[in-house]
Design a protein around this ligand. Structure first.
Ligand SMILES: Cc1cc2nc3c(=O)[nH]c(=O)nc-3n(C[C@H](O)[C@H](O)[C@H](O)COP(=O)(O)OP(=O)(O)OC[C@H]3O[C@@H](n4cnc5c(N)ncnc54)[C@H](O)[C@@H]3O)c2cc1C
Ligand SMILES: NC(=O)c1ccc[n+]([C@@H]2O[C@H](COP(=O)([O-])OP(=O)(O)OC[C@H]3O[C@@H](n4cnc5c(N)ncnc54)[C@H](OP(=O)(O)O)[C@@H]3O)[C@@H](O)[C@H]2O)c1
Length: 460
């Protein structure tokens, strides 16, 4: 007992990992490159609010303050809540701020040895006396580097920050061909609110993407420039983005987030009975999806703007691809301060953007790529070992090959938290941390590597 666990990142995932490690008697050492806790919530757009109802974005042992009545608190309230959690459980003293982990290197077994293992870490256990991680940490205050040796590493570096997902273009058809400015949503988020509003003011802005960042930024641009200089949203896929979580007055959780709704879906490893039940219930599954779709179509004029998705709501919610549409968004579309434009392909030219091979450009001064993040790249780059880098990277959609979305079967004495798909990322991080500390504590052992890989393939 008392093994040293390095936790990289002090966002929600890192804080929860720290709390649960302490509860089992481990010694957590949290490295955070920023000078404060909270990760994604420390700096974002002015209009950002929690889009998950707060009752679903809540630590299981630390409720939101009862004085806060909003169901969707703004970013400042979320940050206060996360900070209160850290103080309540006395986590801050375990965090080293301004400390960026530049690399981690496993010592104890060679690549050949590890490849011959049939059990994770050679013995199926989270620790071994000879296996240690060497953690290289850069102190950003005084530019010095320190090396730490630890028994286990938990990577909580965040999926939606740091490394932007930038679309690829043929040579001389990318941003370099454009005479205006191109930034990513994270650059916009990094500006203070006044500077962001000034930055877009008077500019013809094109926002690329149709998920939460794109919708919020477009709304902010339309507030700055109105109908005289509309903001264009350039999107590839329509999504069933929701006005709220109360379709026809029924909480969405009644429809999708309960034990009965689990029975509606086929799952890997289900027995004959569950499979039969899911098949028999498929009309209900379809009906619930249509029920929500009709509500969204009633609230938002999707048909008028050619925005009805080709796929079902069920598909979007099952892939966690549902965002909330900012209030009065479609009013702005109706009035003309936001223009929606679909693309199959686009490229840059001097004056703006060429869409779908058209010769006349969409004239633009500023392009904001709200095209998401490559958290997988951030994770991959932290490993010194090329073998481990290859284990993590490579999937075109950035999904990670993790058992229970936590453990890579080929990477010993290490876990990843905060990279799973979920509608409430706080909840999924907490459940995974609870599972992880039981593993560290020896409550259970992992299956053989090939069984973990089979299980992962089934859930893909
Ligand atoms: C604007 C915005 C709004 C969101 N709204 C919601 C929402 O409503 N509901 C929801 O469920 N999810 C939401 N999310 C998703 C959000 O990412 C998660 O809810 C959650 O905050 C993620 O926490 P995390 O700790 O996993 O990652 P992060 O919050 O990204 O924290 C990662 C931390 O790791 C640190 N770090 C990274 N690399 C290193 C390194 N090498 N060395 C040291 N430190 C490092 C970073 O500085 C950061 O503090 C939102 C995300 C964004 C960006
Ligand atoms: N609570 C809030 O208010 C709030 C605010 C901002 C962000 N967030 C959260 O932060 C996370 C990240 O959100 P995000 O909106 O930044 O990213 P995202 O959800 O990953 O969405 C990326 C968008 O970019 C598009 N895209 C991706 N690659 C592209 C390419 N090569 N060319 C053109 N378009 C491309 C995607 O289109 P396709 O769908 O067609 O692939 C999608 O519309 C999410 O969890 C989100 O919920 C929350």
């Amino acid at each position: 007992m008392g093994e040293q666990v390095a936790i990289v990142g002090a966002g929600i995932s890192g804080l929860i990992a720290c709390k649960y490690c302490l509860s089992k008697g481990f010694k957590p050492l949290v490295f955070e490159s920023q000078s404060c806790i909270g990760g994604a919530w420390t700096k974002t757009f002015e209009t950002t609010k929690l889009q998950t109802p707060k009752s679903l974005y809540q630590f299981s042992d630390f409720p939101w303050p009862s004085s806060l009545t909003e169901e969707f608190p703004d970013q400042h309230h979320v940050l206060d809540y996360v900070q209160s959690y850290a103080h309540h459980f006395d986590l801050v003293k375990h965090i080293k701020f301004d400390s960026k982990v530049v690399s981690i290197e496993f010592e104890g077994s060679s690549d050949d040895e590890m490849q011959s293992w049939s059990l994770w870490n050679g013995n199926g256990l989270p620790f071994s006396p000879q296996g240690k991680w060497k953690v290289m940490v850069e102190d950003l205050q005084n530019n010095s580097t320190e090396v730490y040796q630890v028994d286990f590493v938990i990577l909580c570096v965040g999926r939606f920050s740091g490394v932007p997902n930038i679309p690829e273009f043929p040579p001389s058809k990318g941003p370099e061909a454009f005479h205006g400015e191109v930034i990513h949503s994270m650059d916009y988020a990094a500006m203070d609110y006044e500077s962001a509003a000034k930055f877009v003011k008077g500019k013809r802005v094109t926002v690329v993407g149709f998920q939460k960042s794109a919708l919020d930024i477009a709304k902010e641009c339309s507030a700055a420039n109105g109908v005289t200089i509309p903001c264009t949203i350039l999107y590839k896929t329509e999504h069933w983005n929701v006005p709220d979580y109360l379709p026809w007055g029924l909480p969405m959780a009644f429809l999708y987030l309960n034990r009965f709704s689990e029975l509606l879906l086929h799952k890997p490893g289900e027995g004959i009975l569950l499979s039969l039940l899911a098949t028999l219930l498929s009309p209900l599954r379809w009906g619930i999806s249509k029920f929500v779709e009709t509500y969204i179509k009633k609230k938002h004029p999707l048909a008028k703007y050619g925005m009805i998705p080709k796929h079902s709501f069920l598909q979007d919610i099952s892939s966690c691809l549902v965002s909330t549409v900012p209030e009065k968004f479609y009013e702005k579309v109706e009035k003309g301060s936001i223009i929606l434009k679909k693309f199959q392909s686009f490229s840059f030219c001097e004056e703006g953007i060429l869409i779908n091979g058209e010769t006349a450009p969409q004239k633009t001064d500023l392009v904001i790529l709200a095209t998401g993040f490559r958290g997988d790249e951030k994770l991959k780059d932290i490993f010194v070992s090329q073998t481990f880098q290859d284990c993590i990277g490579g999937s075109p959609d950035g999904t990670l090959p993790l058992y229970r979305e936590i453990i890579h079967p080929q990477i010993p004495q290490l876990a990843v938290i905060g990279f799973s798909e979920g509608l409430s990322n706080l909840y999924t991080s907490e459940m995974r941390c609870r599972w992880l500390v039981e593993l560290l504590d020896g409550t259970f052992k992992l299956p053989a590597i090939k069984d973990m890989e089979k299980d992962m393939a089934k859930w893909e």
